[in-house]
Design a protein around this ligand. Structure first.
Ligand code: ATP
Ligand code: MG
Length: 853
């Protein structure tokens, strides 16, 4: 099972995978670990990642970038309306009012949702991971900014579903970074000690996020998060662009903002300039050739000018930092370390501001670009049964407080309750108890929208259905489980009704507990809520005012997120073995699951999702076909250029003049064709052209290769023949070593040697008279076959082991120098020669071990 983490950045993405050796960030087809979050549409296919970014300027209106923040938003969302002004592609409303992206793809106008665009990017990331892991990728963990609301998160999950990715967890960027930090730390304080407090800071392209975490051995707890969702490297680029636009206007009388391509080029150059200024404090030039109206522009800037220009942005850095420390009520002295990640934190002024706020140097121990992806891969490994990862409990924090509102059955009006406060532990489940005679509605919403970078307060509406009054007319006890799941998404996950029945009415009382009839209950929501932190926390009963009334010992880690709701509420139950109350009739209770009708803000319908899945599948297929077509075209092109070079080089002697002229003509013809009629042809047309070329080329290639290999093989064969001939000579001289071999066998060897030698001499003679531009008289494969043949026949004969001799004194050990490799045979020949010279035929044999007892 593949284990993968994706950092889905607004400018670029990183992919980390878990392997036996640890977590590794993997590279794409351009050997680059950074894959730009860009999708470009062409008349035949899509380009995604690096290739899409490369055509940003040439295909400006069909290249989509900076779309991460479009998830889960309405087209008329003020954020979208503002963003859309700066984009070179068309953002339009979809039928359902969400954000659509209009492009020309396959020469037709197409409207894609943001889920589809992100799915396209995920297709590329998935493919890159699969190419690296050499196995299919399904399970993954994807990063998400901590300030993403439910609608944004759900939309991202839908995008993952479109490409068949099973996102095990949407992990907050900063929590991923914290995990990547904490899991490797061996020196963390033990559970009873004061935790180590680390603040993590990420300034990416579009946002600034901070979080404070408490670490103990095996424990990571997010204390709180803060952010500026519209402060990132992009804002610094914009400052530069605005500055240079003004300068260009006055110096060159040109308006870059009037021409999107010029503006995009300026953005790219300004980003480069910004990066250079991070490592260089001197003046850095900005030169763009043929910028507009064939005019070259040039200017310069240095770091201190840049910092002055961006003074207001730098001022904003402190705001989330202060807000975080206030909320979690920590002083800067309490912070043990400040770790920074994200590309934009490379700006010295950003680092300096952060360091100044905390009164200490910031640490850059984590890889600024890859920390999020690595954290996600670690989380995926933790969730995967295929990997054993060091135990660590991760408790995240709720970013935005969430309240529930419910309809009541009295005149009192609606009930309201904050179910998850800010920085409440997450994931987390709570059980709320209601008393109702009929279905009722719950509405979830963000308690305080002023903090939420999203215009919609509502999260969803849930109707708890199929509730009826008890037989005696009393209200029915309804338990509703609400939760923040591991994706950080709120849901009313289950609802159940406690149905009461009189004992006489029940035939089989086995599985049900008895309770006494309820006394009159308050009208609205029961104040008692039961919590079950599904991650690793204790189970406890608390009142909604936060007072804990009872606490049970820590529960074991729950494998499934869906904890069972206790069927009987504590305090009301009376077990069947208790003495029955004579005055009151016995009542049985039964838990009945209730259907919940959920109506979520910006939730994609099943049909639409299925349509997206189908469309993505078709587009993947189209890209594949187009790739194959292009590969076929490139193969023709490559063949033409490669052959033309070789024809006047190494292949020259292997083709006669007439054929060389004809082939050169064909190469030129096909080259011209490639730039004209052959520019855009079907795959089979290119394949046919290649076949036509190969008809000429292959015999030349073969002659060349044969001539390269033939001499070596002929030499090898001759050498082997000499070795075997030497053995037959030794045999004739009754050499001790071969004396045990049957004569008829040895005759076979001799015959084989003489036949092959004759064959060899013959072909050497004929081949010597052949020109190189003629086909060889013998192919190297035939020589190889001869070699195999003589080995096959001669080796078993000449290597026959000597028979064992019975007498212990004369006994020799089995012949361990049994040779069946030609190289060893050669060695043996040498040895034979030596023994003859020394007159000692045993000299080179294995030492004989004799047992004299
Ligand atoms: P986000 O996290 O906001 O979704 P992202 O993850 O794609 O975006 P990063 O890759 O962390 O963003 O950072 C990209 C930003 O960092 C860009 O604005 C880029 O220009 C900036 N950046 C990268 N290197 C440097 C550098 N050396 N100096 C200044 N800025 C840099
Ligand atoms: Mg990022």
């Amino acid at each position: 099972m593949a284990v993968v983490g994706f950092d889905l950045g607004s400018q670029s993405c990183y992919i980390a995978v878990a392997r036996a050796g640890g977590i590794e960030t993997v590279a794409n087809e351009f050997s680059d670990r950074c894959t730009p979050s860009v999708v470009s549409f062409g008349s035949k296919n899509r380009a995604i990642g690096v290739s899409a970014k490369n055509q940003l300027i040439t295909h400006a209106d069909n290249t989509v970038y900076n779309f991460k923040r479009f998830h889960g938003r309405a087209y008329n969302d003020p954020f979208i309306q503002k963003e859309k002004e700066h984009l070179s592609y068309y953002v339009v409303p979809m039928k359902n009012g969400s954000v659509g992206i209009k492009v020309t793809y396959m020469d037709e106008e197409h409207l894609f949702s943001v889920e589809q665009i992100t799915a396209m990017l995920l297709t590329k990331l998935k493919e890159t991971a699969e190419n690296n892991l050499k196995k299919p990728v399904t399970d993954c963990v994807i990063s998400v900014p901590s300030f993403f609301t439910d609608a944004e998160r759900r939309s991202l999950l839908d995008a993952a579903q479109v490409v068949g990715l099973n996102c095990l967890r949407l992990m907050n960027d900063m929590t991923a970074v914290a995990l990547n930090y904490g899991i490797y730390k061996q020196d963390l304080p033990v559970a009873e000690e004061k935790p180590r407090i680390v603040v993590f800071i990420d300034m990416g392209h579009s946002a600034f996020q901070v979080s404070a975490c408490a670490f103990n051995k095996g424990k990571l707890k997010v204390l709180g998060t803060a952010f500026d969702p519209i402060l990132g490297g992009k804002n610094f680029d914009e400052k530069l662009v605005d500055y240079f636009c003004a300068e260009i206007k006055s110096k060159y009388k040109l308006d870059p903002k009037s021409k999107i391509r010029a503006l995009l080029r300026l953005y790219q150059e300004c980003e480069k300039l910004k990066k250079l200024m991070s490592s260089n404090s001197t003046d850095i030039p900005l030169n763009i050739e043929c910028f507009m109206n064939d005019t070259d522009i040039s200017s310069k800037m240095n770091r201190s000018q840049f910092e002055e220009l961006c003074g207001d942005l730098l001022q904003r850095i402190e705001i989330p930092l202060r807000s975080l420390m206030e909320q979690i009520q920590l002083k800067v002295e309490d912070v043990n370390a400040v770790e920074i990640v994200g590309g934009a934190t490379r700006m010295p002024a950003v680092k300096e501001k952060i360091g100044k706020f905390f009164g200490k140097d910031v640490s850059t121990t984590l890889n600024a670009d890859e920390a999020v992806a690595r954290g996600c891969a670690l989380q995926c490994a933790i969730l995967s049964p295929a990997f054993k990862v060091r135990e660590i409990s991760i408790t995240d924090a709720v970013t935005f407080p969430i309240s529930l509102m419910w309809s009541t059955e009295t005149e009192d009006g609606d009930g309201i309750h904050e179910v998850f406060s800010r920085h409440h532990a997450a994931p987390f489940s709570k059980v709320l108890t209601f008393y109702r005679k009929g279905p009722f509605e719950l509405q979830a919403f963000y308690s305080d929208l002023s903090n939420v970078p999203y215009p919609e307060k509502k999260i969803g509406k849930y109707i708890i259905q199929n509730i009826a009054a008890q037989n005696d007319g009393e209200k029915t006890k309804v338990k509703v489980k609400v939760r923040i799941n591991s994706h950080g998404i709120f849901s009313v996950s289950t609802a159940s009704m406690v149905e009461q029945m009189k004992m006489e009415e029940i035939e089989s009382p086995n599985t049900e507990a008895e309770i006494e009839p309820q006394s009159q209950k308050p009208e609205n929501c029961n104040k008692n809520t039961q919590q079950d932190n599904t991650e690793a926390g204790p189970q406890s009963q608390v009142q909604t005012d936060g007072q804990q009334t009872s606490q049970s010992p820590p529960s074991p880690e729950v494998p499934s997120e869906e904890n069972k709701i206790p069927s009987v509420e504590k305090g009301n139950e009376k077990k069947s073995d208790q003495p029955p109350d004579a005055k009151k009739p016995k009542i049985k209770v039964k838990n009945v699951e209730l259907p919940i009708e959920a109506n979520l803000v910006w939730q994609l319908g099943k049909d639409l999702l299925n349509m997206y899945i189908e469309t993505e599948g078709k587009m993947i297929m189209q890209d594949k076909l187009e790739k194959e077509r292009n590969d076929a075209k490139n193969a023709v092109e490559e063949y033409v250029y490669d052959f033309r070079d070789k024809l006047s080089g190494p292949y020259e002697k292997f083709v006669c003049e007439q054929d060389r002229q004809n082939f050169s003509m064909l190469l030129s013809e096909i080259e011209d064709w490639l730039y004209e009629e052959g520019e855009d042809q079907a795959k089979h047309v290119y394949m046919d052209k290649l076949t036509e070329l190969k008809k000429f080329g292959t015999p030349i290639e073969i002659r060349y290769q044969e001539a390269e290999e033939r001499p070596k093989l002929l030499e090898e064969l001759g050498h082997k023949l000499r070795i075997y001939a030497g053995i037959t000579e030794e045999y004739k001289k009754k050499d001790e070593k071969y004396i045990h071999i049957d004569e008829s066998e040895m005759n076979k060897v001799e015959k084989c040697i003489s036949d092959t030698t004759e064959w060899l001499n013959n072909i050497i003679n004929i081949q010597a008279k052949q020109n190189l531009d003629q086909d060889p008289v013998v192919r190297v494969n035939e020589i190889r076959r001869k070699l195999r043949e003589i080995h096959g026949l001669c080796d078993p004969i000449v290597n026959q082991p000597k028979p064992q001799i019975d007498s212990p004194k004369q006994e020799e050990p089995p012949d361990t120098s049994f040779i069946n490799k030609t190289e060893e045979l050669e060695e043996e020949i040498k040895n034979i020669e030596t023994t003859q010279q020394n007159g000692d035929c045993h000299m080179n044999e294995s030492p004989v071990s004799m047992d004299l007892d």
